[in-house]
Design a protein around this ligand. Structure first.
Ligand SMILES: Nc1ncnc2c1ncn2[C@@H]1O[C@H](COP(=O)(O)OP(=O)(O)OP(=O)(O)O)[C@@H](O)[C@H]1O
Length: 535
C-alpha cells in the first residue's frame, strides 16, 4: 500500500508542476493502435521539442554554460583561469579609470545573472503555484487542455541588498493580488522580504530584499553644517543685500530644515528625515522598540533651530522624566506629572488661538521667527494622558486641549510630536489627527495598518516581524506614497544627548546661558556661544 501511495503522490506532484505549460486531462481513452516504432519516434520527438523549448526559455543561462564548456573543451582549465584573470585585470583597471560606469556595468551584469539563474529559472513554477499565471481550459473534442499565460519580467535592477523586478500584469490582475502573494514569492526566491509596489498602471515592482542593510546602528547626522547663529534669525529685508546676506541664508536654511529633520537612514542608504513644521508626528512601537531614539533624533535635529531661537520645545514626559529629563536644559518648558502636563497643554491652547487670530487671512502656514518661534509639544507615551489618567477633572482638561492642538495647531506653528506603545483607537482616539506616523516594532500584525493606514502591512510594513535585536527599525510612508519604506533611527546615546543639550541649549533672554559644564563635564571652550557664534 505504502509504495503505491507514494507513487501516487509523485504523480500528483509532477502533474501540478508549474513547468508544465499545458497539462492535459484526457476525456476518453485513445482507441487507435499504432506500431511501437511510431510510438518511440513520437516520444523522442516530443522529448526533443521539450528540450528545445526549455533551452529557449533559459537561453541566457544555457548559452553561458554551453559557452564555458566549449571554452574549457578548446583551451582547457588553464585557459579558463587565464580568461578569469584577464577579466579581473580589465575590471580593476576600469574601476580605477571610471568607477561610476564600472559600478553600473557590474550591477547590470549581476542583475542579468540573477535574472537568468534565479528568477527566470523558477518563474513559471512560482507563477502557477501562487495563482499568478492565468489558465484557461480549452477543449479539443478529445481532451481538455489549458492555455497558460505568464506575467513577464520586463526589467531587473540588482544591488548587493535588493533585486527589483518590473513585472507586467496580466489582464484582469491587480497589484493587490500580487501583494497577497508576497510572502509566497519571498520563499520561492529565497529573499528575506518581498515588497510589492504598484505603478500607476499595468506594472508592479517586486523588491526582493536579500540582505538587511539596517542591522548596524546608525550614526547621527552631522548637524553643524546647517547650524546658524542665534540673534541672526529675524530677517530684516534691508539686510538681505548687505553683508548680512549669509546670515539670512542661514536663517532660511534653518527654517527649511524644519521640513526635513534628520532622523536616521532608509533601507536604500538614503537619509531618513521627518517634517516637523506644519505637521504632527506620531511614533508608535512596542516597549523597547526604540521610540526614544526617534524622539531624541528629532530633538537633536531641531537643536540648531532651538539654539537660534526659532523653535521652542515644550516637553511632557508622563513617565516621570525617565526618558526626556536628560534634555531639560534644551527645553523651554518641561512637565512630568499629569497636573503640570495639563497646565502646559492649557497654556499652549491660547498661544495657538492667539496666533491663529493674527495670522488668519495673512498666511496659511506660520513662519518661525525668534519673536514667534515654532512651538514643538513633545509628549512621550501620549496614552498616559488619553487612556490611563484616573483623575476625571484632569482627564477632561487634557481631553479638551489635545484634540484642539492637534486639529488646529499645525498652521499657526504649535505642533505635536508624540510617542505611543499601543496605537488602538480606544487608547489614542486622536490617532488620525497625526499626518506623519512611524510604525516601529509592533506586537500584533494588524497594528502596522492601524498606524500607517489600511493595507500598509500587505504592501510590506511587517512591523511585527522586526526582530527585538533591531530597536529603532520601523516603517514610514513618504511623500504621500502608499508604499512603506523601512528605516532605522540613529542611535543617540547618553553622551550624544549630553553633547546635544550642551551645544544647542537656548540662550535665556539677555544672552545668559545656563552653566551646565559642571553637570555635563564638558570644557566650556569647546561649546559655541549662542550670541557670538555667527552663521
Ligand atoms: N536606533 C537605535 N539603534 C540602536 N539601539 C537602539 C536604538 N534605539 C533604541 N536602542 C536601544 O534599545 C533600547 C530600548 O530603546 P528605547 O528606550 O528608546 O525604547 P522605547 O520604545 O522608548 O521603550 P519604552 O516604551 O519602554 O520606553 C535602548 O536601551 C537602546 O539602547
Amino acid at each position: 500500500m505504502v509504495p503505491c501511495a507514494r507513487k501516487q503522490v509523485v504523480f500528483v506532484m509532477s502533474r501540478i508542476s508549474g513547468d508544465k505549460a499545458s497539462p492535459r486531462i484526457p476525456t476518453r481513452n485513445d482507441k487507435m493502435r499504432v506500431p511501437l516504432w511510431m510510438l518511440l519516434l513520437a516520444v523522442a520527438g516530443k522529448g526533443l521539442w521539450l528540450v528545445v523549448r526549455w533551452g529557449f526559455r533559459h537561453r541566457v543561462a544555457v548559452a553561458v554554460v554551453v559557452g564555458l564548456l566549449l571554452f574549457v573543451h578548446r583551451f582547457g582549465p588553464l585557459g579558463l583561469a587565464a580568461l578569469a584573470g584577464g577579466l579581473f585585470l580589465v575590471t580593476v583597471v576600469w574601476s580605477r579609470l571610471h568607477p561610476r560606469s564600472c559600478a553600473w556595468a557590474g550591477r547590470w551584469l549581476w542583475g542579468r545573472t540573477r535574472l537568468a539563474f534565479i528568477y527566470r529559472w523558477r518563474w513559471r513554477a512560482a507563477m502557477v503555484h501562487t495563482d499568478l499565471a492565468i489558465r484557461m481550459p480549452m477543449s479539443t473534442g478529445d481532451q481538455v487542455t489549458f492555455d497558460e499565460y505568464f506575467p513577464r519580467i520586463r526589467t531587473i535592477r540588482s544591488t548587493r541588498a535588493v533585486d527589483t523586478l518590473r513585472v507586467e500584469l496580466l489582464p484582469g490582475q491587480t497589484p493587490e493580488q500580487w501583494a497577497g502573494q508576497g510572502e509566497a514569492l519571498r520563499h520561492v526566491f529565497r529573499a528575506r522580504r518581498c515588497q510589492v509596489q504598484a505603478e500607476t498602471f499595468r506594472f508592479v515592482r517586486l523588491h526582493f530584499h536579500r540582505r538587511d542593510t539596517l542591522t548596524r546602528p546608525v550614526t547621527p547626522a552631522d548637524l553643524d553644517s546647517t547650524d546658524a547663529g542665534p540673534g541672526d534669525a529675524d530677517p530684516d529685508p534691508a539686510d538681505v543685500d548687505s553683508d548680512r546676506a549669509p546670515v539670512h541664508a542661514a536663517y532660511a536654511r534653518l527654517v527649511a530644515g524644519l521640513s526635513a529633520v534628520p532622523v536616521g537612514r532608509c533601507e536604500d542608504g538614503s537619509a531618513w528625515t521627518l517634517p516637523v513644521r506644519g505637521t504632527h508626528v506620531l511614533v508608535a512601537g512596542a516597549t523597547g522598540a526604540g521610540k526614544g531614539s526617534v524622539l531624541w533624533s528629532l530633538l537633536r535635529g531641531l537643536g540648531p533651530a532651538v539654539r537660534a531661537g526659532l523653535v521652542e520645545l515644550w516637553v511632557c514626559d508622563p513617565k516621570g522624566g525617565m526618558e526626556l529629563a536628560f534634555g531639560r536644559a534644551m527645553f523651554s518648558r518641561f512637565a512630568t506629572t499629569t497636573d503640570t502636563i495639563a497646565d502646559l497643554l492649557d497654556d499652549a491652547v491660547p498661544v495657538m488661538q492667539d496666533r491663529t487670530a493674527r495670522l488668519s487671512g495673512v498666511t496659511r502656514l506660520h513662519t518661525p521667527t525668534v519673536g514667534e518661534p515654532l512651538i514643538v509639544l513633545v509628549v512621550d507615551e501620549i496614552a498616559s494622558l488619553t487612556a490611563y489618567v484616573t483623575d476625571r477633572e484632569l482627564k477632561k482638561r487634557i481631553g479638551a486641549a489635545l484634540p484642539l492642538l492637534l486639529s488646529q495647531g499645525r498652521a499657526p506653528g504649535v505642533v505635536v510630536l508624540a510617542a505611543v506603545q499601543d496605537p488602538r483607537k480606544e487608547v489614542l482616539p486622536f490617532r488620525d489627527l497625526f499626518p506623519v506616523r512611524v510604525a516601529l516594532r509592533m506586537t500584533e500584525p494588524d497594528q502596522a495598518d492601524l498606524v500607517l493606514g489600511s493595507g500598509a502591512r500587505d504592501r510590506g510594513a511587517r512591523a511585527e516581524e522586526i526582530p527585538l535585536s533591531l530597536p529603532g527599525v520601523g516603517y514610514v510612508l513618504r511623500d504621500g506614497n502608499p508604499d512603506p519604506i523601512r528605516v532605522r533611527a540613529a542611535f543617540i546615546d547618553d553622551d550624544e544627548i549630553t553633547r546635544t543639550v550642551h551645544t544647542y541649549r537656548p540662550a535665556a533672554p539677555g544672552g545668559w546661558v545656563p552653566d551646565l559644564d559642571a553637570f555635563t563635564g564638558h570644557d566650556p571652550d569647546d561649546v559655541p556661544d549662542r550670541l557670538d557664534d555667527a552663521a
